[in-house]
Design a protein around this ligand. Structure first.
Ligand SMILES: NC(=O)c1ccc[n+]([C@@H]2O[C@H](COP(=O)([O-])OP(=O)(O)OC[C@H]3O[C@@H](n4cnc5c(N)ncnc54)[C@H](OP(=O)(O)O)[C@@H]3O)[C@@H](O)[C@H]2O)c1
Length: 250
Protein backbone atom coordinates (compact mmCIF):
# COMPACT_ATOMS: atom_id res chain seq x y z
CA UNK A 1 0.00 0.00 0.00
CA UNK A 2 1.34 3.45 -0.85
CA UNK A 3 2.29 5.90 1.86
CA UNK A 4 -0.34 8.47 2.87
CA UNK A 5 0.80 12.02 3.54
CA UNK A 6 -1.35 14.61 5.29
CA UNK A 7 -0.68 18.27 4.57
CA UNK A 8 -2.14 20.60 7.20
CA UNK A 9 -2.59 24.10 5.81
CA UNK A 10 -2.77 22.49 2.36
CA UNK A 11 -4.81 25.46 1.13
CA UNK A 12 -2.22 28.04 2.24
CA UNK A 13 0.64 29.77 0.41
CA UNK A 14 3.20 27.09 1.26
CA UNK A 15 0.98 24.06 1.95
CA UNK A 16 -0.82 24.28 -1.40
CA UNK A 17 2.51 24.01 -3.25
CA UNK A 18 3.67 21.16 -0.98
CA UNK A 19 0.44 19.23 -1.67
CA UNK A 20 0.73 19.88 -5.42
CA UNK A 21 4.36 18.70 -5.48
CA UNK A 22 3.58 15.53 -3.51
CA UNK A 23 0.68 14.71 -5.80
CA UNK A 24 2.91 15.32 -8.83
CA UNK A 25 5.32 12.81 -7.34
CA UNK A 26 2.55 10.18 -7.32
CA UNK A 27 1.88 10.24 -3.55
CA UNK A 28 -1.47 9.71 -1.81
CA UNK A 29 -2.12 13.21 -0.48
CA UNK A 30 -4.64 14.17 2.17
CA UNK A 31 -5.34 17.87 2.75
CA UNK A 32 -6.70 19.27 6.00
CA UNK A 33 -8.70 22.49 5.85
CA UNK A 34 -11.46 24.16 7.85
CA UNK A 35 -13.32 24.63 4.59
CA UNK A 36 -15.56 22.06 2.92
CA UNK A 37 -14.05 20.19 -0.01
CA UNK A 38 -14.23 22.13 -3.27
CA UNK A 39 -16.41 20.65 -6.01
CA UNK A 40 -13.33 19.25 -7.68
CA UNK A 41 -10.15 18.37 -5.85
CA UNK A 42 -7.36 15.94 -6.64
CA UNK A 43 -6.80 15.39 -2.90
CA UNK A 44 -8.38 13.19 -0.25
CA UNK A 45 -9.93 16.20 1.47
CA UNK A 46 -10.54 16.30 5.22
CA UNK A 47 -12.49 19.15 6.74
CA UNK A 48 -11.32 19.81 10.27
CA UNK A 49 -10.22 22.49 12.68
CA UNK A 50 -7.02 22.22 14.67
CA UNK A 51 -8.31 24.83 17.10
CA UNK A 52 -11.39 22.89 18.18
CA UNK A 53 -10.06 19.43 17.32
CA UNK A 54 -13.09 18.70 15.14
CA UNK A 55 -12.26 16.23 12.36
CA UNK A 56 -8.60 15.86 13.37
CA UNK A 57 -8.75 12.20 14.41
CA UNK A 58 -10.28 11.34 11.02
CA UNK A 59 -7.68 13.45 9.21
CA UNK A 60 -4.70 11.80 10.92
CA UNK A 61 -6.02 8.25 10.92
CA UNK A 62 -3.63 5.90 9.14
CA UNK A 63 -1.26 8.59 7.86
CA UNK A 64 2.46 7.85 7.62
CA UNK A 65 3.69 11.43 7.35
CA UNK A 66 2.28 14.84 8.24
CA UNK A 67 3.64 18.03 6.72
CA UNK A 68 2.40 20.60 9.21
CA UNK A 69 1.96 23.95 7.43
CA UNK A 70 -1.23 25.15 9.15
CA UNK A 71 -0.76 28.31 11.14
CA UNK A 72 -2.68 31.29 12.33
CA UNK A 73 -0.42 34.31 12.45
CA UNK A 74 -3.15 36.69 13.62
CA UNK A 75 -5.31 34.75 16.04
CA UNK A 76 -2.62 32.67 17.74
CA UNK A 77 -3.41 29.20 19.04
CA UNK A 78 -0.70 27.39 17.06
CA UNK A 79 0.70 25.67 20.14
CA UNK A 80 -2.67 24.27 21.24
CA UNK A 81 -3.44 23.31 17.63
CA UNK A 82 -0.20 21.37 17.30
CA UNK A 83 -0.82 19.68 20.65
CA UNK A 84 -4.18 18.45 19.29
CA UNK A 85 -2.46 17.19 16.16
CA UNK A 86 0.15 15.30 18.19
CA UNK A 87 -2.45 13.80 20.52
CA UNK A 88 -4.41 12.24 17.66
CA UNK A 89 -1.39 11.09 15.65
CA UNK A 90 -0.12 7.53 15.97
CA UNK A 91 3.55 7.21 15.01
CA UNK A 92 3.53 9.39 11.89
CA UNK A 93 6.64 11.35 10.85
CA UNK A 94 5.86 14.98 11.67
CA UNK A 95 7.52 17.53 9.40
CA UNK A 96 7.23 21.12 10.60
CA UNK A 97 7.99 24.41 8.90
CA UNK A 98 9.38 27.07 11.20
CA UNK A 99 11.08 30.45 10.84
CA UNK A 100 14.74 31.52 11.05
CA UNK A 101 15.53 33.53 14.18
CA UNK A 102 12.49 32.61 16.28
CA UNK A 103 14.78 31.92 19.23
CA UNK A 104 16.33 35.40 18.97
CA UNK A 105 13.37 37.65 18.12
CA UNK A 106 10.88 38.06 21.01
CA UNK A 107 7.83 38.58 18.79
CA UNK A 108 4.57 36.90 19.95
CA UNK A 109 4.13 34.82 16.80
CA UNK A 110 7.76 33.66 16.91
CA UNK A 111 7.46 32.75 20.60
CA UNK A 112 4.54 30.49 19.68
CA UNK A 113 6.57 28.93 16.87
CA UNK A 114 9.45 28.20 19.26
CA UNK A 115 7.06 26.63 21.75
CA UNK A 116 5.55 24.57 18.93
CA UNK A 117 9.02 23.36 17.91
CA UNK A 118 9.69 22.24 21.50
CA UNK A 119 6.36 20.46 21.66
CA UNK A 120 7.19 18.53 18.49
CA UNK A 121 10.70 17.69 19.73
CA UNK A 122 9.24 16.24 22.93
CA UNK A 123 6.26 14.57 21.30
CA UNK A 124 7.72 11.08 21.04
CA UNK A 125 6.86 11.14 17.32
CA UNK A 126 9.59 10.95 14.69
CA UNK A 127 10.10 14.56 13.59
CA UNK A 128 11.85 16.93 11.22
CA UNK A 129 11.93 20.72 11.53
CA UNK A 130 13.01 23.16 8.83
CA UNK A 131 13.38 26.87 9.54
CA UNK A 132 13.08 29.18 6.53
CA UNK A 133 13.46 32.93 6.08
CA UNK A 134 10.50 35.11 5.01
CA UNK A 135 8.78 34.18 1.74
CA UNK A 136 8.77 36.60 -1.21
CA UNK A 137 4.95 36.58 -0.89
CA UNK A 138 5.12 38.13 2.59
CA UNK A 139 7.38 40.99 1.49
CA UNK A 140 5.17 41.57 -1.55
CA UNK A 141 1.95 41.44 0.48
CA UNK A 142 3.22 44.03 2.92
CA UNK A 143 4.29 46.45 0.18
CA UNK A 144 1.19 45.88 -1.95
CA UNK A 145 -1.16 46.60 0.96
CA UNK A 146 0.18 50.17 1.01
CA UNK A 147 -0.20 51.01 -2.66
CA UNK A 148 -3.02 53.45 -1.97
CA UNK A 149 -0.92 55.47 0.48
CA UNK A 150 1.20 58.40 -0.75
CA UNK A 151 4.29 56.81 0.81
CA UNK A 152 5.36 53.22 1.37
CA UNK A 153 6.50 52.24 4.85
CA UNK A 154 8.94 49.43 5.48
CA UNK A 155 10.20 47.95 8.68
CA UNK A 156 13.76 49.20 9.03
CA UNK A 157 15.99 46.18 8.57
CA UNK A 158 16.88 43.49 6.09
CA UNK A 159 15.16 40.47 4.60
CA UNK A 160 16.44 37.39 2.83
CA UNK A 161 13.25 36.44 1.02
CA UNK A 162 12.95 32.93 -0.34
CA UNK A 163 10.67 31.48 -3.00
CA UNK A 164 7.89 29.37 -1.56
CA UNK A 165 8.31 26.80 -4.38
CA UNK A 166 11.87 26.15 -3.25
CA UNK A 167 10.79 25.78 0.38
CA UNK A 168 8.05 23.39 -0.76
CA UNK A 169 10.59 21.31 -2.71
CA UNK A 170 12.77 21.02 0.37
CA UNK A 171 9.81 20.09 2.59
CA UNK A 172 8.78 17.38 0.12
CA UNK A 173 12.32 16.02 0.13
CA UNK A 174 12.25 15.95 3.94
CA UNK A 175 8.77 14.40 4.06
CA UNK A 176 9.87 11.59 1.77
CA UNK A 177 13.07 10.97 3.73
CA UNK A 178 13.78 9.64 7.18
CA UNK A 179 13.03 11.80 10.26
CA UNK A 180 16.02 14.11 10.52
CA UNK A 181 15.44 16.32 13.58
CA UNK A 182 16.34 19.98 13.11
CA UNK A 183 17.82 20.32 9.63
CA UNK A 184 19.95 23.26 8.36
CA UNK A 185 18.07 26.52 7.90
CA UNK A 186 16.99 27.65 4.46
CA UNK A 187 17.30 31.22 3.21
CA UNK A 188 16.75 33.07 -0.05
CA UNK A 189 19.65 33.95 -2.37
CA UNK A 190 20.14 37.57 -1.26
CA UNK A 191 20.09 39.63 1.89
CA UNK A 192 18.37 42.89 0.95
CA UNK A 193 17.45 46.09 2.68
CA UNK A 194 13.66 46.24 3.20
CA UNK A 195 13.43 49.64 1.47
CA UNK A 196 15.29 48.25 -1.54
CA UNK A 197 12.76 45.40 -1.83
CA UNK A 198 9.83 47.82 -1.64
CA UNK A 199 11.42 49.94 -4.41
CA UNK A 200 11.91 46.82 -6.54
CA UNK A 201 8.19 46.08 -6.31
CA UNK A 202 7.22 49.70 -7.07
CA UNK A 203 9.54 49.67 -10.11
CA UNK A 204 8.05 46.36 -11.30
CA UNK A 205 4.54 47.86 -11.30
CA UNK A 206 5.72 51.17 -12.77
CA UNK A 207 5.02 53.21 -9.63
CA UNK A 208 7.27 55.67 -7.90
CA UNK A 209 6.84 57.07 -4.41
CA UNK A 210 8.93 57.73 -1.33
CA UNK A 211 9.84 54.67 0.67
CA UNK A 212 10.09 55.39 4.38
CA UNK A 213 11.85 52.89 6.65
CA UNK A 214 10.20 52.87 10.07
CA UNK A 215 12.17 52.04 13.17
CA UNK A 216 9.84 50.46 15.72
CA UNK A 217 10.69 50.45 19.43
CA UNK A 218 11.15 47.25 21.44
CA UNK A 219 13.36 44.19 21.67
CA UNK A 220 11.76 42.33 18.77
CA UNK A 221 12.30 45.22 16.34
CA UNK A 222 15.87 45.64 17.60
CA UNK A 223 16.65 41.94 17.06
CA UNK A 224 15.15 42.19 13.59
CA UNK A 225 17.29 45.26 12.77
CA UNK A 226 20.33 43.33 14.01
CA UNK A 227 19.60 40.67 11.37
CA UNK A 228 18.36 37.83 13.60
CA UNK A 229 15.86 36.91 10.84
CA UNK A 230 18.66 36.20 8.36
CA UNK A 231 20.61 33.07 7.43
CA UNK A 232 23.32 34.30 5.01
CA UNK A 233 25.32 31.11 5.57
CA UNK A 234 22.32 29.14 4.23
CA UNK A 235 21.50 31.22 1.15
CA UNK A 236 20.41 28.12 -0.76
CA UNK A 237 17.42 29.59 -2.63
CA UNK A 238 18.02 30.52 -6.27
CA UNK A 239 15.02 32.75 -7.05
CA UNK A 240 15.68 36.44 -6.41
CA UNK A 241 12.88 38.86 -5.49
CA UNK A 242 13.10 40.49 -8.94
CA UNK A 243 12.79 37.11 -10.68
CA UNK A 244 9.82 36.20 -8.49
CA UNK A 245 8.12 39.50 -9.42
CA UNK A 246 8.85 39.03 -13.12
CA UNK A 247 7.54 35.44 -13.10
CA UNK A 248 4.26 36.35 -11.41
CA UNK A 249 3.77 39.41 -13.63
CA UNK A 250 3.90 41.64 -10.49
N1 LIG B 1 5.07 33.45 5.26
C1 LIG B 1 6.38 33.42 5.51
O1 LIG B 1 7.15 34.32 5.15
C2 LIG B 1 6.95 32.22 6.26
C3 LIG B 1 8.33 32.05 6.39
C4 LIG B 1 8.84 30.91 7.05
C5 LIG B 1 7.95 29.99 7.59
N2 LIG B 1 6.62 30.20 7.47
C6 LIG B 1 5.68 29.22 8.05
O2 LIG B 1 5.08 28.48 7.00
C7 LIG B 1 3.78 28.04 7.43
C8 LIG B 1 2.78 28.35 6.33
O3 LIG B 1 2.72 29.73 6.11
P1 LIG B 1 1.80 30.33 4.94
O4 LIG B 1 2.26 31.71 4.71
O5 LIG B 1 1.74 29.35 3.82
O6 LIG B 1 0.38 30.35 5.70
P2 LIG B 1 -1.03 30.76 5.11
O7 LIG B 1 -0.99 31.00 3.64
O8 LIG B 1 -1.57 31.85 5.99
O9 LIG B 1 -1.91 29.45 5.34
C9 LIG B 1 -2.32 29.08 6.61
C10 LIG B 1 -3.00 27.73 6.50
O10 LIG B 1 -3.34 27.28 7.82
C11 LIG B 1 -4.62 26.70 7.79
N3 LIG B 1 -5.22 26.87 9.10
C12 LIG B 1 -5.22 27.99 9.87
N4 LIG B 1 -5.89 27.77 11.02
C13 LIG B 1 -6.30 26.47 10.98
C14 LIG B 1 -7.04 25.64 11.88
N5 LIG B 1 -7.50 26.12 13.05
N6 LIG B 1 -7.27 24.36 11.53
C15 LIG B 1 -6.83 23.87 10.35
N7 LIG B 1 -6.13 24.61 9.44
C16 LIG B 1 -5.87 25.88 9.76
C17 LIG B 1 -5.39 27.43 6.69
O11 LIG B 1 -6.33 26.53 6.14
P3 LIG B 1 -7.89 26.87 5.89
O12 LIG B 1 -8.05 28.36 5.89
O13 LIG B 1 -8.19 26.24 4.56
O14 LIG B 1 -8.60 26.21 7.01
C18 LIG B 1 -4.28 27.72 5.67
O15 LIG B 1 -4.18 26.67 4.73
C19 LIG B 1 3.52 28.72 8.77
O16 LIG B 1 3.79 27.81 9.81
C20 LIG B 1 4.54 29.84 8.82
O17 LIG B 1 4.93 30.19 10.13
C21 LIG B 1 6.09 31.27 6.80
Amino acid sequence: MSETILVTGGTGTLGSVVAERLLGDGRAVRVLSRRPAPARTPYAWRTGDLKTGAGIAEATEGVDTIVHCASNSTGGGDVAATRKLIETTRGAHLVYISIVGIDKIPFFYYKAKLETERLIEGSGLPWTILRATQFHDLVLGFTKAQLRLPVTFTLKGRFQPVDVREVADRLVELALGQPAGRVPDMGGPEVRDSAELARAYLAAVGRSRPVVPVSLPGKAARAFRAGANLAPEHAVGKVTFERYLAERGS
